[in-house]
Design a protein around this ligand. Structure first.
Ligand SMILES: [Zn+2]
Length: 446
């Protein structure tokens, strides 16, 4: 199995663009007819939905955000104004984890499920998975869409799923069932590897041939370390309840976007304009519906708050023609010091320097403090053994990697305007362990 949907995944650029435009036109019309929010939105902005045909037309429309969804559902409004089918056609409803305010409600029809599943199926097949595989899913089966629709994707590929939901399962699961792949997050898979090593089951010698990670951005060094620990390839995926399901193929140089099902544009909020391929900006998403399809919640020009860069729209060595984007980063994890931005991933890059990993588990957290004319970044790292860690080596490696592409910050550091303080803690001593839910790796206390 090389492709899940060869015809669509290998369409040439002009055929793909034509399909996208047909679907933009239909989706906009569908939104006007079925989504109370968009009907009002078109009216307020004096947009004639019949006039929207191309993706350039789409770029002329305003941009909405998560706030728009929260303001158009209870308790703010009596009904869910993004819901775009009758209740009788809603198969499941979902909520996004509410890290920033109330959870957003999402309604899915059965057709939506099939489309979400197809996106995952294409990703899995592009990563070399097939009917011969047994896959442990360590993504949550709760109100999230991901794990559920991955499981449906497995049915369509013919794979076996082991629906653990969490990465805390006993290592005997791997010994007894000989799974070939695990879907999970970098940190959970690092923890699992340590647990297996302790139980005398080195992960490199296990049946696992591939890891699929998702749900967060990461530094390339942490991926490399994970691949080394497990002795296998590690592929990235980027999925969300909103329906972006992009994934790295075996080429591992960018994530393919399922362009026929979701349209992505890259926007610079400072310039208030869309950027060219190769430039970094925020991902703005539009659902694409095949003509005649029904959708429970659709989004037009939705700002995801994640940033990325379009790598290429040319045919990939794997044969797929759908465009590739860089590993997206969360805008909410970008911090500014001395007019210079850095992301959580930059801190992670410093932690995961290979030599550091002789002493560290990879778990870390950082805090930003502001004072009179100075900013302090306090980085806490979890040590394998607090007393044996070579602190000087870890600190030097961290600083070298962290400042590598940030000359402004390096200068602020050398003139003492920006200070970096290290804190070496023992296993399970990080503050984030005592916090419920998704841990925040960097907390801005300025
Ligand atoms: Zn590819």
């Amino acid at each position: 199995m090389i492709f899940f949907n060869e015809k669509i995944e290998t369409l040439n650029r002009s055929e793909l663009d034509a399909l996208v435009e047909e679907r933009i036109h239909y989706t906009v019309r569908y939104a006007n007819e079925h989504s109370p929010f968009y009907r009002k939105w078109f009216k307020e902005h004096r947009i004639d939905p019949r006039e929207i045909h191309t993706h350039e037309d789409l770029r002329e429309l305003p941009i909405i955000s998560g706030k728009s969804i929260r303001e158009n559902q209870p308790p703010r409004t009596p009904d869910f104004r993004f819901k775009s089918v009758d209740w009788k056609d809603v198969f499941t409803l979902h909520e996004t984890s509410g890290t920033s305010g109330n959870p957003k409600a999402f309604f899915l029809t059965w057709e939506d499920w099939q489309r979400y599943a197809e996106k995952y199926a294409r990703i899995f097949v592009s990563q070399g998975l097939g009917p011969q595989d047994r896959v442990i899913v360590c993504a949550s089966y709760g109100m999230n869409v991901g794990a559920n629709t991955m499981t449906l994707a497995a049915r369509d590929i013919g794979m076996t799923i082991i629906p653990e939901g969490k990465c805390t399962f006993p290592p005997r699961i791997i010994r007894d069932y000989q799974p070939t792949a695990i879907v999970g997050s970098i940190f959970k898979l690092l923890g699992l590897a340590r647990k297996m090593a302790k139980e005398n089951m080195p992960p490199q010698e296990s049946s696992i041939k591939r890891l699929v990670i998702g749900g967060e951005s990461f530094a390339q060094v942490s991926r490399a370390y994970l691949a080394e620990l497990w002795g296998c390839d590690v592929y990235n995926s980027y999925g969300s309840t909103e329906g972006t399901m992009c994934g790295e193929c075996t080429e591992i140089n960018g994530l393919h976007v399922p362009e026929d099902l979701v349209h992505l544009d890259i926007y610079d909020p400072q310039m208030k304009d869309f950027v060219h391929d190769g430039d970094c900006g925020r991902i703005v998403l539009t659902t694409l519906l095949p003509v005649g399809a029904k959708s429970g919640t659709l989004l037009l020009n939705y700002d995801t708050d994640d940033t990325t860069v379009v790598v290429t729209r040319d045919r990939c060595k794997c044969g797929r023609t759908h465009m590739k984007i860089q590993n997206p980063q969360r805008e909410s994890e970008t911090f500014w010091v001395e007019h210079t931005p850095f992301n959580r991933v930059d801190v992670e890059q410093g932690v995961f320097q290979r030599e550091n990993m002789e002493y560290l588990t990879g778990e870390y957290e950082a805090f930003l403090y502001g004072g009179e004319g100075e900013t302090i970044l306090r980085v806490s790292v979890e040590c394998l053994d607090q007393h044996k860690a070579d602190r000087k080596v870890v600190e030097e490696n961290f600083l070298k990697a962290f400042f590598k592409y940030k000359p402004n910050l390096a200068e602020a550091y050398s003139s003492d305007v920006f200070k970096v303080i290290f804190n070496f803690v023992g296993p399970w001593e990080l503050e984030l362990y005592s916090i419920k839910g998704r841990p925040k790796r960097i907390v801005d206390r300025r």
